[in-house]
Structure formats: C-alpha cells, structure tokens
Design a protein around this ligand. Structure first.
Ligand SMILES: [Zn+2]
Length: 109
C-alpha cells in the first residue's frame, strides 16, 4: 500500500529497490539531461515527461558531478554538436555532388 504522500511525489521501497512516484501517483522514469549545465545528469521525472499531461515532479537521481567532470562533459557535448553539424553539411554536399554527376552523365549520353 502506498503512503498518502504518494500523489505529491514519494519514495518507497520494495524488496530493497527504491521506487519514486511522481505527483500523478505513477512510478517515475529516470531521465538523462544532455544540457551544458548538467550533462549526463539524471533525474526522476513524471512517466509522461515531455508529453502532454506530465506533472512537474522533479528529483535528482545522481549527485552533482565535480566541476572538472562537468566541464569535460560540456566540452564533449559541444564537440559532438560541431561534428553533427559538419556531418550534416557533408551529407548535403555529397547529395549535391551525386546530382551533379547524374546531370553530367545525362549530358554525356
Ligand atoms: Zn507525473
């Protein structure tokens, strides 16, 4: 049986496992943030997190990382975004090249 605080968010234990409930009274999902401020930090969020009808329940799952790790993770995230942007540009250039070769091939026929 769940406690009366369950609907405001609560933590309960079943066979040694911690289960966190959001304000909806449902077991929370563990969500990973990928922001520069909190890269790879996890939190307990509503099972509908990011969807319509989600409650605003929030509870950190991980302790905060040390400043050095946080800086390294933020830099890695920025590098990843740069690589993804460059990859997107290369894909567009590759597609344009394919069209150019196709047109050139038609012209030569
Ligand atoms: Zn909820």
């Amino acid at each position: 049986m769940h406690s009366s605080t369950r609907f405001r968010g609560s933590v309960e234990y079943y066979n040694g496992d911690e289960i966190v409930f959001c304000k909806c009274g449902e077991p929370c999902d563990i969500v990973t943030l990928w922001t520069e401020l909190n890269p790879s930090r996890r939190f307990h969020g509503c099972h509908r997190y990011g969807k319509r009808g989600a409650c605003d329940f929030f509870m950190w799952y991980d302790p905060p990382m040390c400043k050095r790790t946080n800086n390294i993770m933020a830099k890695l995230l920025r590098n990843l975004k740069d690589v993804e942007a460059e990859n997107k540009l290369l894909s567009k250039a590759k597609a344009k090249r394919r069209v150019l070769w196709f047109v050139l091939g038609l012209w030569l026929l």
